[in-house]
Each structure stands twice: as structure tokens, then as C-alpha cells.
Design a protein around this ligand. Structure first.
Ligand code: S3P
Length: 437
């Protein structure tokens, strides 16, 4: 599907972004193995999270959608402990969702049955060896394509050994999978990361009574010797979805947007730090803690930016937002360099290559680095036809670029937004009065 976007005269208003994707996946999976009923409100109705629900149902979990509301799904999950899951009678299709596939693989490595996991063409290209290797070492039998590096793969779960894992790349998906496996092991498991990836798994599981503790870049997991307590939850807004609007507002010459009830966990908000270092006017209001996670309203206003160098520990804290940072850098004074971000090439598309190719069609001057992007500022972008490469975040990035470009931008593959933000085009129409989107 094509969508056409024009630059509006101004960007004003308030957006309540959809529920956080990472928390939605975790709330469903962890409650499915808890003991008792949990109610989850504002569950993200995106394709990725619906895929997690489908897979959990395939594993025999009892869950019901009580209500489909405009602000998300209300779910009831009735967990019957780890042993409440049973061998699926069919392949588990994780669609486009790396989080579904990796978290479930870690969980299923300790379950005494066979599961086969697959996904769409994009997910079947993404690296799974980094996960299946450690799970095999811990004692699970894994058989997959290309020497156990690609999906589809099969797991025969069973008794796992406690292990010390040292991850080569900071990855919350891999860390979370190894934590779920560690809960089912016969001794302590530790997971060391080279950088700070999002810590929602540690927070939510320990709130549910799991013996999981974090010390700096190391997570320690002891075998679960009691059932997890269910956890009622109202999911706050997704920072990654809010980020599109924050960057649009900062870059548009006449803009002020309020993004309400956003999850601002510091392992997620590296983009805010980078934007502020560039001189952007982005602030947090109404800061509070909701179910153990920091939540706030994000205010973003038109700003003048200067280029920066980004790398190191900021990268995992902004991994999904780095393409947006590259867009922001097009409008800054001076060059910007993003490094240490080779992981971007292993996302729903190769986001280094796809971001560079598509933003350059709009007149940007980006060049690829092996581990990132170099951005030369330009006087402005001009509308053109661009392609979302089947990647939800790329399609939304290009829509935001269209809000800033002169003339009309056509975003091909616009339907991909449904993966994480089904209401994206409606929200764009609301804030961008006068846009053709
Ligand atoms: C996610 C972790 C990140 C992120 C993805 C969601 C999660 O992936 O890119 O959108 O929910 O754990 P990695 O952990 O592989 O970097």
C-alpha cells in the first residue's frame, strides 16, 4: 500500500502512543507461566504482539481478549505454571517478531517437549545462532537451518544446566531468553552483556517473584523453586513509537507535540540523550513510576541542532531509534557519525543499508559505515517515492521524513506499520493538519 505525505504548516497536539511492544510481549509470556489470573490493559494490538498470543495459545496457554479498545487490548491470561504449557501440535509462527521467537526459544529450551519455530522471510534471515548456541550448551537439543543459525528451528527441551554466558552483542532478546532458560536450570545462570540493553525482563520477572537480580551488566538467575505470581498491568506507551513524533517535532520549524504516558526506562531513552546533546528541546513532564517502570509525558518542540558523534553504551539504549537520529542529523549544523551499531544490520531490514538508501532518495547525504552511518547535513529534503523494505520502523521513519520534505513523499509498503503501531497513519493525519497523509 502507498501513502502520500506532505509537509504540514505546523505540527501541534497530543498523541497517546500505543502500548509498549517489549512490555506487551513480556506481560503475556510471563503471565502465561505464572500461577493464576492476570489482567493486562493497553496490550499492543500490533501484529508482533498478536503473534505472541497466537504462539502462546499454540502452547496450550489460556488467554482471552476481553476487549478491543482504541487504546489497546484488554487481556486475561490464566497461567497454570511452567507445566501448564504443552507440546504444540503445529509449527509456532512468530511472523516478523524477533522478540517472540527469541523469548519463546529460551522458555521452550526447558520444556520437556518438541517445538518448531518459524517466521516470515525477514525473521528467517535474522541471526539465531547467538541464542541457539548457548541453549545447546545448557543442554537443549536444537536443530535449525544453516548450522543452527537460522529459523525455522526445532527445540527438544529438557533438563538444563546452570551456565555463565558472555554475550558478544548487547541484546535484550537474547538476555531474556537465557534468563527464561536459567529459571528452569539445575543451578545458577549468569548473563554478562557488553552494554546496557533494555531491562524489562529483569524488572517484570522479579516483580513476579522470580529469583532474578541485576548487578551492572550482569544478570544472575537462580532456578525457580516456586510458581511465579501473576502480574496485573496497564502497559505504558511505547517510547520507540513516540520517538517518531518527538523527532518530527524537533525538526519541523513550527511544532510542539505532547506524547502522553510514555515508558521512559533509561535503558530505552538513549535517543533523548542524543537529541539533547544536539541541542533539542525535549523534556519530560509528569514523571512517575507505574508497575516498577518510569513513565512520563514527552514534550518536543522545534529546535536547532548541531551534529554529534554517537557510539558505545548509548547505542543499545537507542538501538531502534538510531535511524531517526540519522534523519535528525540531516538538519543539524555539522556532520554526525553513528558508530558501534553493526547490530542495526540484523534488524527487520539491514537498517544501515535501508536507511541510507531511502533517505538519500529524499536528498539526504548519508553514507554507510561497516558499523553505522555518517551524515552530512543538507539544506532540506525533497519529496520522492521511497520504500519501507517491509520494515515497520523504516516505513514510519520515511513518513516522518515526508513531514519535513518539500513536495510530496510516497511511502511504499506503508502497511508495515501494523507490526508495532497500527494507528500510526491516523495519528499522523491528526497532528499534521494539512498533510496529505
Ligand atoms: C527488543 C529488543 C531489541 C529491539 C527490539 C525489541 C525486546 O532487540 O531491537 O525491537 O523487546 O527485547 P535486541 O535485543 O535483539 O537488540
Amino acid at each position: 500500500m502507498d501513502r502520500h505525505v506532505r509537509r504540514p504548516h505546523r505540527l501541534r497536539g497530543e498523541i497517546v502512543p500505543p502500548g509498549d511492544k517489549s512490555l506487551s510481549h513480556r506481560a503475556a509470556i510471563f503471565n502465561a507461566i505464572a500461577d493464576g489470573a492476570a489482567r493486562i490493559e493497553r496490550f499492543l494490538p500490533g501484529d508482533d504482539c498478536r503473534g505472541t498470543l497466537r504462539c502462546l495459545q499454540g502452547l496450550g496457554a489460556e488467554l482471552r481478549v476481553l476487549e478491543e479498545r482504541p487504546d489497546g487490548l484488554t487481556l486475561e491470561v490464566h497461567g497454570r505454571g511452567l507445566d501448564g504449557l504443552s507440546e504444540p501440535s503445529d509449527v509456532l509462527d512468530c511472523g516478523n517478531s524477533g522478540t517472540t521467537m527469541r523469548l519463546l526459544a529460551g522458555l521452550l529450551a526447558g520444556r520437556p517437549f518438541v517445538s518448531i519455530l518459524t517466521g516470515d522471510a525477514s525473521l528467517r534471515r535474522r541471526p539465531m545462532g547467538r541464542l541457539l548456541g548457548p541453549l545447546r550448551e545448557a543442554g537443549a537439543v536444537c536443530v535449525g537451518r544453516a548450522g543452527e543459525t537460522l529459523a525455522p528451528f526445532a527445540i527438544q527441551g529438557g533438563t538444563l544446566r546452570g551456565m555463565h554466558h558472555r554475550l558478544a552483542v548487547a541484546s535484550a532478546q537474547v538476555k531474556s531468553a537465557l534468563v527464561l532458560a536459567g529459571l528452569q536450570a539445575d543451578a545458577e545462570t549468569t548473563v554478562h552483556e557488553p552494554g546496557p540493553s533494555r531491562d524489562h525482563t529483569e524488572r517484570m520477572l522479579s516483580a513476579m517473584g522470580a529469583p532474578v537480580t541485576a548487578e551492572g551488566l550482569c544478570v544472575r538467575v537462580r532456578p525457580l523453586d516456586h510458581e511465579l505470581s501473576p502480574c496485573n498491568l496497564r502497559i505504558p506507551g511505547d517510547f520507540s513509537s513516540s520517538a517518531f513524533w518527538a523527532v518530527a517535532a524537533v525538526l519541523h520549524p513550527d511544532a510542539e507535540l505532547r506524547l502522553r504516558d510514555v515508558l521512559v526506562n533509561p535503558t530505552r531513552t538513549g535517543l533523548l540523550d542524543a537529541l539533547r546533546a544536539m541541542g533539542a528541546d525535549v523534556t519530560l513532564e509528569n514523571e512517575r513510576v507505574q508497575h516498577g517502570e518510569p513513565v512520563a509525558d514527552v514534550m518536543a518542540r522545534s529546535s536547532r541542532l548541531r551534529g554529534i558523534e554517537v557510539g558505545g553504551a548509548l547505542v543499545p539504549r537507542a538501538i531502534d531509534e538510531l535511524p531517526l537520529l540519522a534523519l535528525a542529523a540531516c538538519f543539524a549544523e555539522g556532520e554526525t557519525v553513528i558508530r558501534d551499531a553493526a547490530e542495526l544490520r540484523a534488524k527487520e531490514s539491514d537498517r544501515v543499508a535501508s536507511t541510507v538508501a531511502e533517505l538519500n532518495r529524499l536528498g539526504a547525504r548519508l553514507s554507510e559505515l561497516p558499523d553505522g552511518v555518517r551524515v552530512h547535513p543538507v539544506a532540506g529534503l525533497r519529496g520522492a517515492a521511497v520504500d519501507g523494505h517491509g520494515d515497520h520502523r523504516l516505513a514510519m521513519l520515511l513518513a516522518v521524513a515526508g513531514l519535513l520534505a518539500e513536495g510530496e513523499t510516497t511511502v511504499r509498503g506503508a502497511e508495515a506499520v501494523a507490526v508495532s503501531y497500527p494507528g500510526f497513519w491516523d495519528d499522523l493525519g491528526r497532528v499534521a493538519l494539512g498533510s496529505g497523509g
